[in-house]
Design a protein around this ligand. Structure first.
Ligand SMILES: *[C@@H]1O[C@H](CO)[C@@H](O)[C@H](O)[C@H]1NC(C)=O
Ligand SMILES: *[C@@H]1O[C@H](CO)[C@@H](O)[C@H](O)[C@H]1NC(C)=O
Ligand SMILES: *[C@@H]1O[C@H](CO)[C@@H](O)[C@H](O)[C@H]1NC(C)=O
Ligand SMILES: *[C@@H]1O[C@H](CO)[C@@H](O)[C@H](O)[C@H]1NC(C)=O
Ligand SMILES: *[C@@H]1O[C@H](CO)[C@@H](O)[C@H](O)[C@H]1NC(C)=O
Length: 551
C-alpha cells in the first residue's frame, strides 16, 4: 500500500517538478538554458547565476527556498517578467530596489514567505502591477503609503496575516481595486473613510477578524459591491449597513443581535448569531436568506418577510418562532404579506405548536418544507392542501399522535421524501404508515443528520434543548433502518483488516524463523493421541491385509 502511495506521490511530484537545472562551465546556474520557455518554476536553493539573461521568461515561480532568502538577484536576468510567484521562501521583507529590474510586472504573489512589514512606496518600482497577493505571511505593519505608485491594482490579497490596524488613507491610491481580501487578520476597527476612493470594489472580505464595530458610513462609497463577507468577523452586536445592492452578504457567527440593512441584497447568510431584530430596507431583490440559529420570534419574521416577493429560499431553523399567524394582512408601508416565490422553507427546531391554514409563508410553490423538531400536536391534512408541489416534508421530532397518511398521500402524489419518526404515534401507526407510503414510492426513513453547523453562537449551545436531541438519538436506535457505514468507514475497516493480515503474516514468519512452529508441530504430533492412533491402526490394518493376502 505504501508503495502505491509513494508511486502516487512521485507521479504528482513529477507533474509539478521544477525545471532541470543547467549549469555553465563555471558551475553557475544558467537561467537562460534552465528556463528556455516563457514559464519556469525553480525550487533550487540560491546559488550563483551566470550572466546570460532569460529574456523570453514571462512567468517565474520560486518555491521552497526554505529558510534561505529569496534570490532577488535573479530578477536582474528576467527583465520581461510579467508574473512572479514566490511560495514557501523566507523573505521577511522586500526592498523597493529589488523589484526595479522587472518594471513590467503585473502580478506579484508572495505566500508563506514570512513577510512581516510593508513599507512606504514598497511597490512603486512596478507601477503596472494589477495583482498583489500577499496571503499567509506574518504581516503586522502596513504603512499607510505602502500602496502608493500602483494605481492599476485590481486585486489585493492580505488574508491570513497578523494585521491589527489599517491606517487612514491606506487604500486611497487604489482607484481600480476590484477585490480586497482582508480576511483572517486581527483587525479591530476600520477608519471611517477607508474605502472612500475604492468605488469599483466588488468583493470585500473581512471575515475572520476581531472587529468590534463597523461604522455604517464606511461602506457607503462601495456602490458596486457584490460580495461582502463579515462572517466570524468579531463581536459586532449592533450593525447598521449602508449598502446599495450587494449580491451576497455573509454575516455568519458574528454575535449580531440587531441588524439594520439600508439597501438590499440578493443572498444573506446570517446563521449562528443572536439576531432578534433584522430590518431590510430594499426587500424587492431578496432571493435567499439563511437565518439558522438566531433568536427571531413569530412577529420578527412577519415584519421581516412582508414585502419579500422574490424570496425563494428561507432557512429559519433554530429560532424561537412560536407562531406563523399574522395580525394584519396589509400595511401601507410594507405592502402585502405574500411570498409567492418561496420554494424552500426550513422551520426546524422552532417552537411551533400548530400550522395555520392561511399563512402566506406556506406558499403554494413550496417543494421543500421542514417542520421537524417543533411542538406540533396535530397536523390536519387540509392545512397542507395549499401545497400542491410539495416534494419533501419533514415532520420528525414533534408530538404528533395521529396523521391521515392515506388522504395526505392522495393529495400530494408528487411527494418523494417524508420523515415522521420520533413522534408520539399511537402503537403500530408508524409501521403502518411506513409500509403504506414506502410501497407508493415515498422515501420514508430517518434522515441522516447532514446539518453539521458551526457551533460558535450561544444560541447553538443551549438550543435545541437536550431532551430533543436525546429523543433523536433514541429514534435512531429504535428505527435503526439505515446503516451508518460511509465509504470512509469501509475504507478504514479494510485498511485495518489488511494491517491485521500483515501483522499475522509477520508473526508467522518470526515464529517459523525461531523454529517455534517446528517444535510446536513436533509437540502436537507427540501429544495428540488421535494422530498416533490413526497411523498405528492403519499400520495394523496394513499388516492384517498383508497377513490375509499371504494367507
Ligand atoms: C547559457 O545557455 C544559453 C542557451 O543555452 C547559451 O547561449 C549561453 O551561452 C549559456 N551561458 C553560459 C554563461 O554558459
Ligand atoms: C514545498 O514544500 C511543501 C511543504 O514542505 C511541500 O508540500 C511541497 O510539495 C513542496 N513543493 C515543491 C515543489 O517541492
Ligand atoms: C516593458 O513593456 C514595454 C511596453 O510593452 C516595452 O516597450 C519595454 O521594452 C518592456 N520593458 C522590459 C524591460 O521588458
Ligand atoms: C431596490 O432594489 C431594486 C433591485 O435591485 C432596485 O431596482 C430599486 O431601485 C431599489 N429600490 C430602492 C428604493 O433603492
Ligand atoms: C406579536 O404581536 C402581537 C400584536 O402586536 C402581540 O399581541 C404579541 O404579544 C406579539 N408576540 C410576541 C411574541 O412578541
Amino acid at each position: 500500500m505504501y508503495f502505491y502511495l509513494c508511486l502516487l506521490g512521485c507521479f504528482c511530484g513529477l507533474r509539478i517538478a521544477a525545471a532541470a537545472v543547467v549549469l555553465d562551465a563555471l558551475g553557475r546556474l544558467n537561467l537562460s538554458a534552465t528556463c528556455p520557455d516563457t514559464f519556469c518554476s525553480l525550487t533550487e536553493k540560491p546559488m550563483p547565476y551566470s550572466d546570460t539573461p532569460a529574456l523570453q521568461l514571462r512567468e517565474l515561480h520560486l518555491s521552497n527556498c526554505s529558510r534561505e532568502s529569496v534570490p532577488w538577484i535573479l530578477l536582474n536576468l528576467t527583465p520581461g517578467l510579467r508574473t512572479l510567484v514566490i511560495r514557501n521562501c523566507g523573505s521577511y521583507g522586500i526592498s523597493k530596489e529589488s523589484l526595479m529590474p522587472v518594471v513590467n510586472l503585473t502580478s506579484l504573489q508572495m505566500q508563506r514567505t514570512n513577510l512581516w512589514a510593508l513599507r512606504a512606496d514598497q511597490f512603486s518600482m512596478i507601477p503596472k502591477l494589477e495583482i498583489l497577493e500577499l496571503g499567509h505571511n506574518i504581516l503586522y505593519r502596513v504603512n499607510a503609503n505602502a500602496f502608493n505608485g500602483i494605481p492599476k491594482l485590481k486585486l489585493l490579497g492580505l488574508q491570513g496575516n497578523g494585521i491589527e490596524e489599517i491606517r487612514e488613507n491606506t487604500f486611497d491610491p487604489l482607484l481600480e481595486l476590484v477585490h480586497l481580501d482582508l480576511s483572517g487578520n486581527l483587525i479591530e476597527k476600520l477608519p471611517k473613510d477607508i474605502f472612500a476612493n475604492n468605488t469599483k470594489l466588488e468583493t470585500l472580505l473581512l471575515n475572520g477578524n476581531h472587529l468590534t464595530t463597523l461604522l455604517s458610513d464606511t461602506l457607503i462609497p462601495l456602490t458596486n459591491l457584490r460580495l461582502l463577507d463579515l462572517g466570524r468577523a468579531g463581536q459586532l452586536d449592533n450593525l447598521m449597513l449602508n449598502i446599495i445592492n450587494v449580491q451576497t452578504l455573509v454575516l455568519e457567527g458574528s454575535s449580531l443581535t440587531d441588524l439594520i440593512i439600508q439597501g438590499g441584497f440578493i443572498r444573506l447568510k446570517a446563521s449562528n448569531n443572536e439576531l432578534s431584530h433584522l430590518y431590510v430596507g430594499n426587500k424587492s431583490s431578496v432571493i435567499e436568506m439563511d437565518l439558522h440559529g438566531n433568536l427571531l420570534n413569530g412577529n420578527d419574521t412577519y415584519n421581516l418577510l412582508r414585502g419579500m416577493w422574490s424570496l425563494e429560499r428561507l432557512d429559519l431553523s433554530k429560532n424561537i418562532i412560536e407562531s406563523l399567524a399574522f395580525n394584519e394582512a396589509y400595511s401601507e408601508q410594507q405592502g402585502l404579506y405574500i411570498l409567492p416565490s418561496l420554494k424552500y422553507l426550513n422551520m426546524a427546531n422552532n417552537r411551533l405548536v400548530s400550522i395555520p391554514s392561511d399563512s402566506p409563508i406556506l406558499s403554494s410553490r413550496l417543494t421543500y418544507l421542514d417542520l421537524s423538531h417543533n411542538l406540533l400536536l396535530t397536523l390536519e391534512v387540509e392545512k397542507l392542501a395549499g401545497l400542491p408541489n410539495l416534494e419533501v416534508l419533514y415532520l420528525e421530532g414533534n408530538r404528533l399522535s395521529d396523521f391521515d397518511y392515506k388522504q395526505f398521500h392522495s393529495k400530494h402524489e408528487t411527494l418523494k421524501e417524508l420523515a415522521l419518526q420520533d413522534n408520539h404515534w399511537s402503537p403500530g401507526l408508524y409501521r403502518k404508515m411506513f409500509i403504506y407510503l414506502n410501497d407508493r414510492g415515498v422515501r420514508l426513513q430517518a434522515r441522516i443528520e447532514h446539518k453539521v453547523q458551526i457551533n460558535d453562537s450561544q444560541v447553538d449551545i443551549d438550543w435545541p434543548p437536550k431532551e430533543a436531541s436525546a429523543q433523536k438519538l433514541d429514534a435512531a436506535g429504535v428505527t435503526g433502518i439505515h446503516p451508518y457505514w460511509t465509504l470512509r468507514d469501509i475504507l478504514a475497516f479494510a485498511t485495518l483488516l489488511v494491517v491485521l493480515a500483515i501483522l499475522l503474516m509477520n508473526l508467522y514468519h518470526i515464529l517459523e524463523e525461531e523454529g517455534c512452529l517446528r517444535r510446536f508441530r513436533r509437540w502436537r504430533r507427540s501429544t495428540v493421541p488421535g494422530g498416533n492412533t490413526r497411523t498405528s491402526t492403519r499400520r495394523l490394518n496394513e499388516q492384517d491385509s498383508e497377513n490375509s493376502s499371504s494367507d
